[in-house]
Design a protein around this ligand. Structure first.
Ligand code: S3P
Length: 171
């Protein structure tokens, strides 16, 4: 398959982990869009949010997406990447998109383990409010996520095996 694979999904759904596993199985490179943004701008995502704000971050994210080499490789996106500008259309036109769908309790479980430092959008959200926050946020984002070429439920997927099989079948 001569197309890149773009992995999308809510924060904490395991996008980076899947990118790594897939790239090993497919013997190709893997990248993370947030890491590429950090390298380009010489700042962590948190620092960018703090100093420039979310709107500037979304502009950088949109620009970085279009700088991706659209040859073969696996790229994990930020949770919000598909939901701004025409990013989702761009990804669908230039590669195969995989949505890692997760249930709210699963996301709450993963995200409440974190200290909130690395995910600026969750800063200030108390753990007790996390289920409601995620439910609303996911509701807003679902429209974009559901446009993916392939969707996988992370709770039921025989995880890596099932997914790797699906992807390799696309070859
Ligand atoms: C964001 C998710 C983050 C990062 C930024 C914004 C979002 O990436 O891009 O903090 O809007 O959901 P992860 O999904 O890897 O946490």
């Amino acid at each position: 398959m001569q197309k890149p694979i773009f992995i999308i999904g809510y924060m904490g759904s395991g996008k980076s982990r899947l990118a790594k596993v897939l790239s090993e199985s497919l013997n190709c490179s893997h990248h993370d869009l947030d890491d590429l943004i950090s390298q380009t701008y010489g700042n962590t995502i948190e620092e960018i949010f703090n100093s420039e704000g979310e709107i500037s971050f979304r502009k950088m994210e949109n620009k970085q997406l279009r700088l991706l080499n659209v040859n073969f490789g696996v790229v994990s996106m930020g949770g919000g990447t598909p939901c701004f500008y025409d990013n989702m259309n761009w990804m669908n036109s230039n590669g195969v998109t995989i949505y890692l769908r997760a249930k709210i309790p699963t996301l709450v479980k993963y995200l409440s383990k974190e200290d909130g430092v690395t995910r600026p959008l969750l800063r200030g959200v108390q753990k007790k409010d996390l289920p409601e926050f995620i439910a609303k946020h996911l509701f807003e984002r679902q429209y974009f996520y559901e446009q993916a070429s392939i969707s996988c439920n992370i709770e039921t997927l025989g995880w890596e095996d099932g997914l790797v099989q699906k992807i390799t079948n696309l070859n």
